[in-house]
Design a protein around this ligand. Structure first.
Ligand SMILES: C[S@@+](CC[C@H](N)C(=O)[O-])C[C@H]1O[C@@H](n2cnc3c(N)ncnc32)[C@H](O)[C@@H]1O
Length: 194
């Protein structure tokens, strides 16, 4: 079975363009078959983007898909952007979308933080639930070591995807976890590195 986080070279291309408006900026994203939420900006991603406060400094967009989170926030707040995904198609699309939306980014293929050495002011993850807890919990644990002091991790998740256990895991890992958004089964969590 093919998942959006696996490389599947047998897939037929299905190139699409997605329009997205945010804070007065207009974005266009190219997507393709085999990528997460290829027809529209994912509902949870949109909630996350509209919940996050004003940012500054450096941002890591972990599990970037076609790059929408990092591109939107880096352009809006002039951030130093790094984006990473395990799926090579996601890396190619993110590079293309950065160029097409006029955003500079270090786009790095990586399994979780394996190829990431820097620390960041902000890390944002719409986690790959279907990859399992071994992957998502590793992303949360390793985020702690890749945040600057005072830096923040933002996560969006759903009640049906285990939001309650994610909250417990984040609180155990960071010693704090704020619920920024909780509506209709969607949650946005924020943890601060002390
Ligand atoms: C839920 S999607 C979110 C995509 C994008 N950030 C968005 O909001 O549209 C999760 C992403 O995590 C990626 N992913 C899955 N396993 C990963 C891993 N081990 N390391 C890095 N990224 C991974 C998937 O390829 C996918 O692009």
């Amino acid at each position: 079975m093919s998942h959006y986080f696996m490389e599947d070279k047998s897939l037929e291309h299905d190139i699409k363009k997605i329009d997205y408006d945010y804070a007065g900026n207009k974005f266009v994203f190219t997507t393709d078959a085999g990528i997460f939420s290829k027809d529209r900006i994912d509902y949870a991603t949109d909630i996350l983007l509209r919940t996050i406060p004003v940012l500054s400094g450096s941002l890591l967009d972990m599990g970037c898909g076609y790059g929408c989170i990092g591109i939107v926030l880096a352009k809006t707040y002039s951030l130093r952007l790094t984006q990473t995904d395990v799926n090579p198609l996601a890396i190619d699309l993110t590079k293309k979308n950065c160029v097409e939306n006029g955003v500079d980014s270090a786009v790095i293929k990586s399994d979780c933080f394996d190829n990431i050495s820097d620390s960041f002011d902000t890390i944002i993850i719409n986690p790959p639930i279907h990859a399992g807890k071994a992957v998502t919990y590793k992303m949360y644990e390793d985020s702690l070591w890749h945040l600057n002091i005072g830096g923040k991790l933002y996560i969006v998740t759903l009640k049906k995807h285990g939001a309650e256990s994610t909250y417990v895991k984040l609180k155990d890992t960071f010693g704090n976890c704020e619920i920024l958004y909780k509506k209709k089964g969607h949650y946005v969590f924020c943890c601060t590195k002390s």
